[in-house]
Design a protein around this ligand. Structure first.
Ligand code: NAP
Length: 455
């Protein structure tokens, strides 16, 4: 049987040897999922909610063990991991409480005696998930999915198998019946076969554009519904009247938390010329306070990147940007002697044709783009193939809202970093994907939105 190893991104040590499942093991999971669907979907929402509440309690009870696994597998700072676990538990409880409201039949006035829309589950949903928020990304699809009455199989990113197994163990601890949620340790070719299986009704992917193309093509070939949550290069637009203390603190947090590996991190800092110098000077000073180190230590405020190859890829993007005219104000290189560390980096004079302008920089590198005025800021913010999120910083909230409405993205925030929240729909436009997670939109994605008409 094929196997591979995972490595701790801080010290390079082997974390685990993972054996890929063979076809008999995959078959057993898919058969269990098929068998689990009818009884699971027949439970009341209150019963499914009880399972989710127990799952949330398990997340909290085992938070130290889960944190250690996240940190060992993908390098997340301890405090960030604990916050992610709490956010995930709260989202389970949120859906346990609100699903009944989201799934209420919607009456529609027609000439019929009764006509309405009702929401029915579809069966087994496959999830292909990334490593950057190894617990939260899974919960984002799993909590609404289970409340909807669907069952699920997860193919997690290959570098976080321990996180995947812990999620499965929490489901078992919560008493969730066999087959309702399972984990497949499989490679991408096996994932394509699973998606083709008749028992898998739909797929949700969070990951790169490259993975999106492949999985969406496969889903299209099978005429199966898919949701694509892909990359982003969010604009952080600072207008002339912005509160710079607020904006700079937010910029540092948004760009350098999680070692810059967040889809909705601010990546392009678009500064109108009136405040550009002042913002840049404060941004550089504030970023210097980020200190690289062991992610299990409280003193560390910049984590390693998740894998050495991803760090090397990022460095190539930085080098190509500087060779085309970007200037390095801070950092600009791997952390010397580290396994997968990259220095907190700020690039100035970023412009069209550079990777820092046109591509996603999935690591701790900020790109400064200077513009004349608000109109040019909007034009540059939209001059990207991505459309995930964007933020606008200004003392005039009403004007900020007008600018936010012009951003081509799935979520535009004014005077706040872009964030995910179980109450708010989340997803992208353009090449950042399609479909939505979270809130009511998220729970409806993988349901049959069924019209009933009684003449
Ligand atoms: P990735 O390389 O695309 O991997 C994501 C998942 O897709 C992993 O499970 C991966 O499996 C799988 N995968 C990759 N290629 C595949 C293929 N051809 N067929 C089937 N599965 C495939 O992305 P990543 O490096 O883990 O994550 C970073 C990316 O995710 C960034 O672009 C980031 O912006 C994006 N992201 C988006 C959101 C959002 O909500 N929009 C949230 C978080 C992250 P293996 O690990 O086995 O290759």
């Amino acid at each position: 049987m094929a196997s591979y190893q995972t490595f701790n991104p801080f010290n390079g040590e082997i974390v685990r040897t993972v054996e890929l499942m063979d076809s008999a093991a995959i078959e057993q999971r898919l058969a269990a999922a098929e068998a689990a669907f009818p009884p699971w979907s027949a439970l009341s929402l209150a019963q499914r909610g009880d399972y989710l509440r127990r799952f949330a309690a398990g997340l909290r009870a085992r938070k130290d063990e889960i944190q250690r696994t996240m940190t060992a597998e993908m390098g997340k700072l301890r405090r960030e991991a604990l916050a992610e676990i709490e956010k995930s538990a709260a989202a389970c409880e949120y859906y346990a409480e609100h699903a009944a409201d989201y799934l209420k039949p919607q009456p529609i006035a027609t000439e019929a005696q009764r006509s309405y829309v009702t929401y029915q589950p579809i069966g087994c949903v496959m999830a292909v998930m990334p490593w950057n928020f190894p617990i939260w990304q899974v919960i984002r699809f799993l909590a609404p999915g289970l409340m909807a009455g669907n069952v699920a199989v997860l193919k997690h990113a290959s570098n976080v198998p321990g996180c995947a197994d812990l999620l499965r163990a929490l489901a078992v601890d919560a008493g969730i019946p066999d087959g309702v949620f399972d984990v497949l340790h499989i490679d991408n070719d096996q994932a394509a076969d699973v998606l083709r299986d008749r028992r898998v009704k739909a797929v949700t992917l969070t990951g790169s554009e490259r993975a999106g193309r492949s999985i969406a093509a496969n889903a299209g070939d099978q005429l199966k519904k898919c949701v694509m949550e892909l990359g982003g290069s969010d604009a952080f637009v600072v207008l002339a009247d912005a509160d710079l203390d607020l904006a700079v603190a937010a910029a540092v947090k948004s760009r350098f938390d999680n070692a810059g590996q967040t889809c909705i991190a601010a990546k392009r800092f678009i500064l109108v010329e009136a405040i550009a110098d002042a913002f840049v000077q404060r941004f550089v000073e504030a970023t210097k306070a980020r200190s690289y180190g062991d992610p299990n230590q409280e003193a560390s405020t910049l984590a390693p990147m998740a894998r050495a190859d991803l760090r090397d890829e990022l460095h190539k993007q930085v080098q190509e940007s500087t060779s085309k005219g970007a200037t390095v104000l801070l950092g600009g290189a791997p952390v010397a002697g580290s396994h997968a560390g990259y220095a907190a980096t700020i690039l100035d004079q970023v412009g069209p044709g550079m990777p820092a302008y046109a591509q996603e920089l999935f690591g701790p590198v900020a790109a400064i783009i200077r513009v004349k005025d608000d109109a040019e800021a909007v034009r540059v913010a939209n001059d990207t193939s991505f459309g995930l999120g964007g933020s606008v910083w200004t003392a005039d909230a009403a004007h900020g809202e007008q600018v936010a409405l012009q951003l081509e993205c799935g979520a535009a925030f004014v005077n706040s970093v872009v964030k995910s929240d179980a109450r708010l729909p989340f997803g992208g436009t353009k090449r950042s994907g399609f479909g939505r997670e979270l809130a009511d939109h998220g729970i409806h994605e993988f349901m049959n939105i069924k019209t009933v008409y009684v003449a």
